[in-house]
Design a protein around this ligand. Structure first.
Ligand SMILES: *[C@@H]1O[C@H](CO)[C@@H](O)[C@H](O)[C@H]1NC(C)=O
Ligand SMILES: *[C@@H]1O[C@H](CO)[C@@H](O)[C@H](O)[C@H]1NC(C)=O
Ligand SMILES: *[C@@H]1O[C@H](CO)[C@@H](O)[C@H](O)[C@H]1NC(C)=O
Ligand SMILES: *[C@@H]1O[C@H](CO)[C@@H](O)[C@H](O)[C@H]1NC(C)=O
Ligand SMILES: *[C@@H]1O[C@H](CO)[C@@H](O)[C@H](O)[C@H]1NC(C)=O
Ligand SMILES: *[C@@H]1O[C@H](CO)[C@@H](O)[C@H](O)[C@H]1NC(C)=O
Ligand SMILES: *[C@@H]1O[C@H](CO)[C@@H](O)[C@H](O)[C@H]1NC(C)=O
Ligand SMILES: *[C@@H]1O[C@H](CO)[C@@H](O)[C@H](O)[C@H]1NC(C)=O
Length: 481
């Protein structure tokens, strides 16, 4: 009898202990914090770690897809009509981008590397072969005309040369030529006056299998938030402003790694050498990729907004004070003076006027926004799509009859979608981590649960203990008689 009641009281005591321990652990969130600190220490660029392997040679396939805008009414455009375009694509390339010439500094806080990208055409993921023809704005001609428009003598010479060769505002070339380069006769002729000029033009000319300069990254040692963050590019640390003319138009993305333990109120900075600046993204919604929970980050509309909405964008009006409007960025300085304007595909998030100026523009959030889905605990990129459109600023030039009566317009040429989805091997590994996270996160709740169950048992035993006492008392005389 005393042994029995002793057990009952111990049950009660344990119930209380479990409840106190469980509730205080839930309230203090020690377990999630413990897990986070483990991950923060583990995710660092160091020879031999998983994070380093994935950074050095991304295991998931990266695809670069191009969509061209084929011009259907060139004659009418020269007469002052609104341009009409048809989107054709995708033309898909698999992108390989290993880190090379990797070298750590002596104390392991920084790592230098170059990041060459190689593009291999994927016919089975493309609309047609690279030999398909696209009619679009003659970018070399527009650039040359724009450059010499105020020099009447030279302009006249060039104009008559263009007339003699039949060079106009529009040109037809294959997909392969437009992307990777073709010899342009006008540029070739100009070379007689400017021997330094390259007579090959292509939107991605010289980018295949070559690197865009040396990077220095933080390894994340010391501060996990710095994991894989770009410190300097070509020795320049003022990355978020494009004051240098070192920048280049479309040499590819960088910075597809994010630090672990991402929170919803965080602003993520992504460095993009395309835009010669870093752009930022904010939390949009919770997502699930291959069963793994993630946070979706995307650039907010303020990133692209005009000065009225976001005065901080004044630095992107070039030359100073010359603002084109929301959603378009003049990257002329990055492209040897060529009048190139970047935007989101179909002028998504740009002023309505850009969409209305070109027949065939249909901006849609789900197709045309840039997104990154990140697993918050580990900072692993689950899925990402970088989407950008290349446009040319076209206007009527008095000195060049080739421009006819063309309207002033931001003329779309192509847009790209550089995307990646986590590979199955990595996603399985990550799933294990996520399951562990769930278990560890739930330990305090399990303790509370055990406490509650023990409490119920305790109460049940207490009641049972009382009832037999009375029945026994009644039985006693019965037995003795
Ligand atoms: C990493 O370690 C391996 C073997 O220990 C070595 O061959 C390799 O050069 C190291 N890499 C770097 C970037 O230090
Ligand atoms: C690591 O080395 C760099 C120079 O290579 C130095 O600037 C930095 O302070 C060092 N950091 C630590 C934590 O020792
Ligand atoms: C890029 O270079 C690689 C190897 O140098 C080559 O196999 C591939 O065809 C090239 N891609 C393009 C689009 O030219
Ligand atoms: C683009 O338009 C030109 C001219 O109409 C046509 O010849 C060409 O086949 C079109 N390209 C594609 C891929 O549809
Ligand atoms: C990008 O590509 C161009 C050639 O189109 C090249 O001149 C330039 O050095 C490359 N890299 C950068 C960072 O501009
Ligand atoms: C700036 O953008 C807002 C919203 O898109 C628009 O209402 C406003 O007219 C724009 N301002 C200028 C100066 O373009
Ligand atoms: C774009 O910038 C260049 C140089 O910074 C400038 O000359 C040009 O006029 C700008 N284009 C437009 C359309 O504002
Ligand atoms: C890339 O984006 C385009 C639209 O912008 C979409 O049609 C295409 O399916 C996307 N590609 C991938 C691989 O997600």
């Amino acid at each position: 009898m005393p042994l029995k009641s002793c057990c009952v009281y111990i049950t009660g005591l344990f119930s209380l202990l479990f409840l106190i321990l469980g509730i205080s652990l839930v309230l203090s969130s020690v377990f999630p914090h413990f897990l986070e600190s483990v991950v923060e220490k583990e995710v660092v660029l160091k020879n031999g770690t998983e994070a380093f392997k994935a950074w050095e040679n991304p295991p998931a396939p990266i695809y670069m897809q191009f969509y061209f805008f084929n011009v259907t009414n060139p004659m009418e455009v020269l007469d002052g009509d609104r341009p009409a375009v048809v989107e054709v694509g995708p033309y898909t390339y698999r992108e390989y981008r290993p880190m090379e010439q990797v070298n750590f500094d002596s104390n392991g806080t920084k790592v230098g590397a170059v990041n060459p990208k190689t593009y291999i055409f994927q016919r089975n993921m493309s609309r047609g072969p690279e030999s398909e023809l696209i009619r679009t704005v003659n970018i070399p001609a527009v650039s040359v005309m724009d450059k010499f428009k105020d020099d009447f003598i030279v302009a006249n010479l060039i104009a008559s040369y263009m007339r003699s060769t039949g060079t106009g505002l529009f040109t037809t070339h294959t997909v392969g030529e437009l992307l990777w380069g073709y010899e342009d006769s006008l540029l070739k002729a100009l070379r007689n006056f400017e021997p330094d000029l390259d007579d090959v033009f292509g939107l991605f000319y010289k980018t295949n299998a070559s690197n865009d300069g040396s990077y220095v990254f933080f390894t994340g040692q010391g501060n996990y938030k710095d994991f894989a963050r770009v410190d300097t590019w070509k020795g320049d640390s003022s990355l978020n402003w494009w004051t240098t003319d070192e920048c280049n138009m479309i040499n590819g993305t960088n910075g597809a790694s994010f630090h672990p333990v991402v929170t919803k109120d965080e602003t993520l900075y992504m460095f993009s050498s395309d835009l010669c600046r870093s752009i930022y993204a904010v939390f949009e919604k919770d997502v699930s990729v291959k069963g793994i929970p993630g946070y979706r980050f995307s650039p907010p509309s303020e990133v692209f907004a005009n000065l009225t909405v976001n005065p901080a964008n004044a630095g992107y009006c070039v030359p100073a004070g010359n603002c084109l409007g929301s959603g378009v960025l003049n990257v002329s300085v990055c492209k040897q003076g060529a009048p190139i304007i970047m935007s989101s595909p179909h002028f998504y998030l740009a002023d309505e006027k850009f969409v209305e100026d070109v027949f065939g523009m249909r901006p849609r959030k789900e197709l045309h926004e840039t997104v990154i889905d990140i697993n918050p605990l580990t900072g692993v990129v689950l899925q990402a799509a970088k989407r950008l459109q290349v446009n040319v600023h076209v206007e009527k030039l008095a000195s060049f009859s080739q421009t006819g009566n063309v309207r002033t317009v931001v003329f779309p040429v192509l847009y790209l979608n550089e995307s990646v989805v986590i590979d199955d091997t990595s996603s399985l590994k990550l799933k294990t981590v996520v399951t562990q996270q769930n278990v560890v996160d739930n330990i305090p709740f399990m303790l509370v649960g055990v406490g509650v169950i023990l409490g119920l048992i305790f109460m049940f035993l207490m009641c049972r203990q009382k009832i037999p006492e009375s029945t026994e008392a009644e039985r006693q005389p019965l037995l003795s008689s």
